[in-house]
Design a protein around this ligand. Structure first.
Ligand SMILES: *Cc1c(COP(=O)(O)O)cnc(C)c1O
Length: 323
């Protein structure tokens, strides 16, 4: 039996993060309220340290290492925000970190991860099995592997964003959460079920990769090919064992958004709210606008998950769209 994380774990994570993570702002927009006919509260994790909510889960996990684990350090594989989250958390906690990244990861991400002091090991994603490689390095160096979503301490840390949101604005009727492997969604669900029990909770994944939707329908974890979408933070192939169980128990439903809708939301955030939001961070708002959920007169929370996007890519999407 899996020991699922609980709201108490989220509350404990919030205490560990105090003074280390930013308490991100909750922003509002009259135009968004008018568009949705609702009162909308945006929890802006694009303003979190290293630019995404992933700092919360990584720091919560690493700060619980024992002395032996701390001396050897943490290892992770990621080409995205989890890499930077582990690297920064390790530096703040004074421990070594190794990140395995594909050779063709954006140079800006490799540089950022090195910039936080982590050792980056590059591998060929077409020739090498990254999981086997990570395990090998972890064993050789006696480092502790922290996965990007399927870990109770990671899930509990991610839940602190929704916890802060509800503490700040009060109970919500509906909450929209970006969804990849489900760490953010399951943590958000733990917080919301405890603090705003009647709130409907929706996870939002890219339409091109709706494995979570399929998994809920089938009652088991469905695996898919890596989806083609601009939402690079949600190109996961399947939910985790922990995240699947929490989502199945506590989440109202899974929605999807198209790449066109993500671009529209990126433009909205830039133009109306003066915020740089990465494509994956737009999933929640895109679904709030387009997925057909009745929001009239309701109090709606939207978690904006991150703001890390290469500027040339950002300019292209904002300027020319997907063409
Ligand atoms: C990782 C990530 C997600 C998806 O989070 P999961 O916990 O894997 O569901 C969404 N948005 C951003 C910006 C991310 O970095």
């Amino acid at each position: 039996m899996l020991q699922l994380p609980t709201f108490d774990d989220v509350a404990a994570a919030a205490r560990r993060l105090q003074g280390h993570a930013h308490r991100t702002p909750v922003n509002r927009s009259t135009t968004a309220n008018q568009l949705l006919g609702a009162e909308v509260f945006f929890k802006c994790e694009n303003f979190q340290r290293m630019g995404a909510f992933k700092f919360r889960g990584a720091f919560n996990a690493l700060s619980q290492f024992n002395a032996q684990q701390k001396s050897k350090g943490a290892i992770a594989f990621s080409s995205g925000n989890h890499a930077q989250a582990i690297a920064l958390s390790a530096r703040l906690l004074g421990m070594p970190a190794v990140i395995l990244m594909p050779m063709d990861a954006p140079q800006s991400k490799i540089d950022a991860t090195r910039g936080y002091g982590a050792e980056v090991i590059l591998f060929d994603r077409y020739k090498e099995d990254r999981e086997a490689l990570t395990k090998k390095v972890a064993q050789q160096r006696e480092m502790t592997l922290i996965p990007p979503f399927d870990h109770p301490d990671v899930i509990a840390g991610q839940g602190t964003a929704a916890m802060e949101l509800i503490e700040e604005v009060g109970e919500l009727d509906v909450l929209f959460v970006c969804l990849g492997g489900g760490g953010l969604l399951s943590g958000s669900a733990l917080a919301t079920r405890a603090l705003s029990p009647r709130c409907q909770i929706y996870g939002v994944e890219p339409e091109a990769g709706n494995d979570a939707q399929q998994s809920m329908a089938k009652g088991e974890i469905v695996h898919i090919e890596t989806p083609r979408t601009i939402a690079d933070g949600a190109q996961t192939q399947h939910l985790g064992r922990y995240t699947f169980e929490v989502i199945r128990r506590d989440v109202t439903g899974i929605l999807t958004a198209t790449d066109e809708q993500l671009v529209e939301a990126m433009r909205f955030f830039a133009e109306r709210m003066k915020m740089v939001v990465e494509p994956t961070g737009c999933l929640g708002f895109a679904a709030a606008r387009h997925a057909g959920i009745d929001l009239a007169g309701k109090r709606v929370g939207v978690i904006i998950s991150g703001g890390n996007v290469d500027l040339p890519r950002y300019a292209q999407l904002i300027g020319q769209g997907l063409a």
